[in-house]
Design a protein around this ligand. Sequence first.
Ligand code: FNR
Length: 183
Amino acid sequence: MKIAAMVGSNRKDSYNRQLTSFMQKRYDGKLDIEILPIDQLPFYNQDEELNPPQIVEDLRKIIKESDGILIATPEYNGSISGMLKNALDWFSRVDQVMVNKPAMVVGASMGGLGTVKAQLQLRQILNAPGIGTLTLPGNEVYIGSVHEKIDEDGNLKDEETINFLDNVVDNFINWTEKTKVYS
Ligand code: FNR
């Protein structure tokens, strides 16, 4: 299953990027996760949307050809990062490549709530008509105190969190197989 992944942080040591890389390794064979370089996208500009920069076309194509989407979001001031919103705005226009794609949303923070506010807003954004990305109700991943759950090589080391993530990924795969009917 081909998965186009977006990480909403451009920080070198981003926990959300480490989490996504861990998922790439752990679910290899089940999921073929490609992390899109959304940090390279220019600011969205409606004047350019019919003739966008090449990277926009390239990333749209990868999303179009994917079976699903993975979004790993940090929480910035109770919401998603501007970088992630910028990418979603680009992908919401013209081709609307995210419409009817199944998405899995995860998020990690050092605080206790594990990006819950950001993810609530993200799910609302994914419901916008131009985005129209589907998420499985209840299949949610909030990783709080992430600095205590990741080792120095960037791998999740907390067994309970890993087991939970395994379960959510299996749910996502089973459901994505069924949602193919909408695409
Ligand atoms: C944060 N952080 C943060 N954390 C949180 O739990 N709730 C919040 O509202 C915010 N707000 C916030 C705003 C800004 C501008 C920054 C830079 C940071 C802390 C944030 O969760 C922490 O830096 C994470 O490590 C960011 O994710 P990555 O970069 O590790 O993936």
